[in-house]
Design a protein around this ligand. Structure first.
Ligand code: NAD
Length: 250
């Protein structure tokens, strides 16, 4: 299964890991719908892909809104004729508080984006990808190391990332017989705008939790997503792929 001429949706493609993955796929000849709640961010990434000779289109979508997820799929099919790949990547960190003190509207917001957003994406992407031929496609969902271990002070993040691993297993089991592979990735802390607001001492503390002694780079996640979407991963489905510099080993 060559990447050339295939069509992908990357949610949260306007920044960080989604941006790096959009560029990685476009560099392989994939036509990429860069979907983001921030249209200008998606447009900037599309401009950079086009300048590098790739093909991409920006689409404004809030993944927490099911209708937006449906429209993103329709846009991909209308623009490029089909859908082969999806990277359900959009997510937020959310407010920090212990469980007994957390703001419930903040809980709902994180669940809406980090979990419902992935589920809504799958709901509309899977039929379109099957339509184009299951073995011509694949899906990767964004979890985190916090799909396996707690993010202290952020139960909503921990819960939603664990749930992404769960929905990935269900989808993989349900669509494996049709030949469609669906996996999740679990990055450690990655140096993206998501962490930009964190104070230096917090960042240093995070670095210390990775045996490799540094934060990850968005491109290091993009390369594993590329692998999971590719034929090289032809017997990999339902997996939760840690890319964490050893964070979860200790
Ligand atoms: P980022 O903030 O750099 O990029 C996230 C992008 O998603 C932004 O462009 C933002 O506009 C978009 N977005 C936010 N809410 C959206 C919504 N409702 N609908 C559509 N787009 C939306 O963040 P990042 O670090 O690249 O994170 C991407 C994903 O990776 C998230 O799911 C995050 O939880 C996960 N992750 C990040 C890290 C990390 O340390 N940075 C580690 C593990 C997992």
């Amino acid at each position: 299964m060559a990447f050339e001429g295939k069509v992908a949706i990357v949610t949260g493609g306007g920044s960080g890991i989604g941006e790096a993955t959009s560029k990685e796929l476009a560099g392989l000849g994939v036509k990429v719908v860069v979907a983001d709640i921030k249209l200008e961010a998606a447009q900037r990434v599309v401009g950079e892909i086009e300048s590098a000779g790739g093909v991409a289109a920006a689409f404004q979508a809030d993944t927490a809104v099911a209708e937006d997820s449906r429209k993103a799929v329709e846009f991909a099919v209308a623009t490029y004729g089909k859908l082969n790949y999806a990277f359900n990547n959009a997510g937020i960190g959310g407010a920090s508080a212990p469980v007994g003190e957390m703001a419930l509207d903040a809980w709902d917001t994180v669940v809406g984006i980090n979990l419902n957003g992935v589920a809504y994406g799958l709901r509309y992407q899977i039929p379109a990808i099957l339509e184009a031929g299951a073995e011509e496609g694949a899906i990767v969902n964004m979890a985190s190391i916090h799909g396996a271990v707690a993010a202290l002070g952020n139960a909503a993040y921990t819960a939603t990332k664990h749930a992404v691993v769960g929905v990935t297993k269900n989808a993989a089991a349900e669509y494996g017989p049709a030949g469609l592979r669906i996996n999740a990735v679990g990055p450690g802390y990655i140096d993206t705008p998501l962490l930009a607001g964190a104070p230096a001492e917090i960042k240093e503390g995070l670095v210390a939790k990775h045996p490799l002694g540094r934060l990850g780079r968005p491109e290091e996640i993009a390369k594993v997503v590329r692998f999971l979407l590719s034929d090289d991963a032809s017997f990999v489905t339902g997996a939760y792929y840690l890319i964490d510099g050893g964070y979860t080993t200790v």
